[in-house]
Every structure is written in structure tokens, then in C-alpha cells.
Design a protein around this ligand. Structure first.
Ligand code: 0RQ
Length: 505
């Protein structure tokens, strides 16, 4: 305890998760740390869930609003959702139980750009935050908080909340201390200052968070690791997608439009994104840099291999093997990885200035280049937009990647019209599937449609898409800028909902 909680006075606040959960009452809004399965509290959420179940057993209401950095894990979002005690949730999740609760209408979910979260907290849109529950790796002699593997909105959470509960996790490497870069204030408009990051690895703040010590009501010790999901080895589709992106980079470097070490790379969550980074291990680019929300296995391996010189993120989300490599190499990595609050990581200002190359996965794209990242068949929430919008709109190059079909071919990921819009045709520069790539820059909608159908759609759906597009172009009373058959545009989704297959039989 003395090593991890170095402030003697704060040691008086050490208690069990159950005792700490007593600070959380029905109807409260709670800021909970956590970003893509990293940096979330491991013990207090279960204690809250048990409290909720007991209250429900007595016939009493118990539900709270939860605002995190991004997704957490089964022992955080999962247990709370299973106890049916999450009335409101924002801004990103990926937990199956919580997802079911959202889609069943039990949890109100605000899906939003991650770069907006801290601002909306300050603006008071969530009401007052009664409690913040955060994970830390240590507390210094002066009571400064050292986050663990993820920061997300944590800095704002401790500022906004009336009471703060800190889980000090002894399973997290104490040597994380020093890897964070946390700024305390950039001010508010009209006096807001520029974020002075001109290189992806610049340090602009202090390596800890400050918190009014009187607000810290509980310190709970935990010793279990982060979610650490395993990545699937890149499959053929992912490898094909990765190869095309790397070919494109080669081409741009040769043409003098990209520096030899490319530009800072952002990679979204998931296997395909990870495969692109894995592909860069064997590509002829050195001194790469990363400027991303979540640093996963692929980027870690580039750094360890000496291909990437430094990376900035808001969270480290590794498979168990990669976590081992991270811990084994932490001395080497300490001056190559920096973790920042998501308000800086995802800042449009910084992303635009650095010229970040954004690579994110999608659910579907339409023939004109609009992208749906969040809703299955237009109504069911998958995870959320996360940071994909922050990066896509402001990127130097914005890529969307996906296999051309889902569910064994029953779903085409290229459709006449997206069933939900997350990224508009104005933001999306490249669509890449295992079939090919469409470079949409400098193209009008009908030119884009031809490219997307011919290059990206699966052969099983190409004729069906050509037929739709042809008839739309020839239909009466249809504008020829973005031709659509409005009554038919979403019929592919309706067909899937009714028959389980988008193909016309
Ligand atoms: O479902 O596993 O049940 O079969 O969606 O699809 O192809 O494995 O791809 O894991 O990369 O996820 C967009 C969801 C893609 C993710 C999305 C089904 C498919 C499968 C997963 P099954 P894949 P991925 C920075 C960036 C938004 C947030 C973001 C995501 C499952 O990347 O949430 O980008 N992105 N953040 O079968 C119905 C379709 C489908 C479909 C795929 N058209 N219709 N189901 N699936 N296409 C990080 C953060 O912001 C924190």
C-alpha cells in the first residue's frame, strides 16, 4: 500500500469495494474511467451491481447513469448491465449484455464523438456528476493520481465529480508512471488556447492528474488485469485489405505526396485495423509514428521492431501475449509511447495539423461513399461511433475498411443507401474491401458509385448494385446528382430483416 498510495493521509481512505459502493445511490450520474478495455475499475462496478440487485430484490428502484471514456469490459459494463441498473450510458460501449439492454430499450444510450465528451461534461449536459470511479496505478506523495493503461475522460471526471473513488490496481505495471501526458486546462471559448502539439510525440502537460484531495472518499485496492482480448490472426480478407493500403502508401511515397516515413497513423479497433499494422512490419517504411486513440498489438510490435519511433494514444489495449511483450520491454517503450486525455488525442485541431492517416472499420458503405459504423440494419446499435468521426473528418487520408460481405454472404457491406449515417460522403476518402479500393477524392457522386460498385462490392452483389444504379439514373423525377430510387433504397435491409438474405433470389 505504501508504494502505490504514497500520500500518507490518503491511506486512511482505503476500504473495500463494497464500502466504496455505498457512496453510490439510486439516480446518481457516475463518471467511470475506461477506454477500450483498458483503465476501467475492476471491483467497484461489481459491488454497485450487487447493491442494485439487492435493491431490486426488495422491490426498490436502483439505476445510475454511466459516462465512461469508451468501452470497458464484462466486469464493468457487463455486470452493471446484467444487474439492469444502467438507465443512461455514454459515449461508447461494446459489451454484449449492455448492447442488448440498449437495443431492448432499457438503457438510454448517447452515442457521440469522443472528442466532444469532456466539453459536454463541462457544459453540464449530463447534470452533476455525483461520483467518479477511476482506475490508477499509483498516487504520489502529493496526492497526484497516476492513471493506468487508459486515460480517456478521466481527468475531466475527477474535476467534474463531487466525490472520487480510486481503484489502485497493483496488477498494472508501476513503471507506467511517467508515460502519461495530462494537461490541466486549455480554457474555454472565447479564451481557449491552441493545443500546442506540433509533433505526435510532443509532451505538453504533466505526467499525472490533479484532484482536490477532499473529494477522494475511497481508495480500493485491486489486482486484476485489463480485458486483454485476443486478436484473431489476420485472415485472407484482412491481409488483402492491408496489402492494398500498403501499396497505396508506396505509390504516394514514390509520387512524392507522402513522406518516406508516412504520416502519423491512426488505426481503429478490430482485426482488420490490426492486420494493416501487422502488414507494415514487412513494408519498406521506417521511422513511422502513431497518433491514435487505442494502441493495440500491431502498433506495439512496430515499435518493438524498431519500425515505429513513437506513438501517442489515450489507451493501451493488448492481447495477453502483447501485454507480456509490453511489460518485458517497458523500459525501452517508456520514451516511445505517450498516453493523453481523449480530448487531446481526438482533437480535430491536432489531427488536422499532424496530417493523421485515419483507418477505421465500418459496418456498411453506400454506392456514393456514405458510411455506417454503428447500426446493424439501421436500428440496432453495435458499439458506437467512438473516435472514428473525429479522425475521419480531420484526417489527411481517411480510409474505411471492411470485408465486402458479412454473415457468409447474406449481407452486402456495399448497399444502395446506408441504413444509418455516421460518416458522410464528404468525409470518406477511401473505401477498401478484399475486392479492391475506391479512391473517392475528386469524384462526383455518380463517378464514385461506379468505382465503389466495380472495385469494392462482392461479385455476388455487383449486378444487383449495377441494376439499382442504372434504374436510378434512368428513373423519372430523379435528380441526377445523387440518383436514388427512394422507395427501394433501403429495400435490401428490409429483405434481410424479412428473409435473412440481401440477395435477390
Ligand atoms: O459480427 O462477429 O457476430 O459475426 O459486425 O465485424 O468484420 O469482425 O469487423 O470487428 O472491425 O468491427 C464497424 C463494428 C467493425 C467496429 C465495426 C458484423 C460482423 C461481425 C464485426 P459477428 P468485423 P470489426 C476507434 C475507432 C466504430 C467505432 C470506431 C466499430 C461484426 O469497427 O465498432 O471505428 N467501429 N472506432 O458479421 C450486419 C453489416 C455488417 C455486420 C459487419 N453490414 N451488417 N452486421 N457485421 N458488417 C476506436 C474507438 O473509438 C474506441
Amino acid at each position: 500500500a505504501a508504494e502505490r498510495v504514497r500520500h500518507a493521509g490518503l491511506r486512511d481512505k482505503i476500504m473495500s469495494a463494497e464500502q466504496a459502493a455505498d457512496f453510490i445511490q439510486n439516480g446518481m450520474t457516475v463518471a467511470v474511467s475506461g477506454f477500450t478495455g483498458a483503465g476501467y475499475p475492476k471491483a467497484v462496478p461489481t459491488a454497485i451491481a450487487e447493491k442494485a440487485k439487492a435493491a431490486h430484490g426488495r422491490g426498490e428502484a436502483f439505476a445510475i447513469g454511466v459516462v465512461t471514456g469508451a468501452s470497458t469490459a464484462p466486469e464493468c459494463d457487463g455486470v452493471l448491465a446484467a444487474a439492469n441498473c444502467v438507465s443512461f450510458r455514454s459515449p461508447f460501449q461494446s459489451d454484449p449484455t449492455l448492447r442488448n439492454g440498449i437495443n431492448a430499450g432499457n438503457t438510454a444510450y448517447q452515442d457521440m464523438h469522443l472528442s466532444h465528451v469532456e466539453q459536454q461534461m463541462r457544459q453540464g449536459f449530463y447534470g452533476a456528476f455525483d461520483v467518479a470511479v477511476i482506475e490508477a496505478v499509483a498516487i504520489t506523495e502529493e496526492g497526484k493520481i497516476i492513471p493506468a493503461m487508459g486515460i480517456g475522460h478521466m481527468n475531466e471526471a475527477v474535476k467534474a465529480a463531487k466525490k472520487v473513488i480510486i481503484e489502485v490496481n497493483t496488477a498494472q505495471n508501476a513503471q507506467l508512471e511517467g508515460m502519461h501526458d495530462i494537461v490541466h486546462d486549455i480554457g474555454v471559448p472565447p479564451y481557449r488556447q491552441p493545443i500546442p502539439l506540433v509533433g505526435p510525440f510532443d509532451r505538453i502537460g504533466a505526467p499525472y492528474m490533479e484532484c482536490d484531495l477532499d473529494k477522494i472518499v475511497a481508495i480500493v485496492f485491486t489486482d486484476s488485469g485489463d480485458r486483454n482480448s485476443k486478436f484473431a490472426d489476420p485472415d485472407d480478407n484482412s491481409k488483402r485489405i492491408a496489402a492494398q493500403i500498403i501499396d497505396f502508401f508506396n505509390h504516394e511515397v514514390k509520387a512524392g505526396r507522402l513522406p518516406k516515413n508516412l504520416l502519423p497513423l491512426q488505426s481503429g479497433v478490430g482485426n482488420v485495423a490490426n492486420a494493416v499494422l501487422a502488414g507494415l512490419l514487412d513494408a519498406p517504411f521506417d521511422d513511422l509514428t502513431g497518433y491514435t486513440e487505442v494502441l493495440q498489438d500491431g502498433m506495439l510490435d512496430l515499435i518493438i521492431a524498431g519500425k515505429m519511433k513513437s506513438a501517442s494514444a489515450t489507451a493501451l489495449s493488448f492481447s495477453p501475449d502483447a501485454l507480456q511483450r509490453f511489460n518485458d520491454n517497458i523500459e525501452f517503450l517508456r520514451d516511445k509511447i505517450v498516453l493523453r486525455p481523449m480530448e487531446y488525442t481526438n482533437s480535430p485541431e491536432v489531427i488536422r495539423r499532424l496530417g493523421v492517416i485515419g483507418m477505421n472499420a465500418m459496418i456498411e458503405a453506400d454506392i456514393y461513399g456514405n458510411v455506417n459504423s454503428t447500426h446493424v440494419m439501421g436500428t440496432k446499435m453495435m458499439n458506437g461511433i467512438g473516435g472514428s468521426g473525429d479522425f475521419t473528418r480531420n484526417a489527411f487520408f481517411s480510409f474505411f475498411v471492411s470485408p465486402s460481405v458479412a454473415k457468409d454472404g447474406a449481407i452486402s457491406c456495399i448497399v444502395p443507401m446506408v441504413s444509418h449515417h455516421d460518416h458522410t460522403e464528404h468525409d470518406v476518402m477511401f473505401i477498401v474491401t478484399e475486392q479492391g479500393m475506391a479512391d473517392l477524392r475528386g469524384k462526383a457522386p455518380r463517378q464514385r458509385a461506379k468505382l465503389i460498385i466495380e472495385n469494392c462490392a462482392h461479385p455476388d452483389y455487383r449486378d444487383q448494385l449495377r441494376d439499382y444504379f442504372d434504374r436510378a439514373e434512368k428513373a423519372e423525377k430523379v435528380g441526377l446528382h445523387t440518383p436514388h430510387l427512394l422507395a427501394e433504397a433501403l429495400s435490401w435491409h428490409q429483405r434481410f430483416v424479412e428473409t435473412g438474405d440481401m440477395r435477390v433470389k
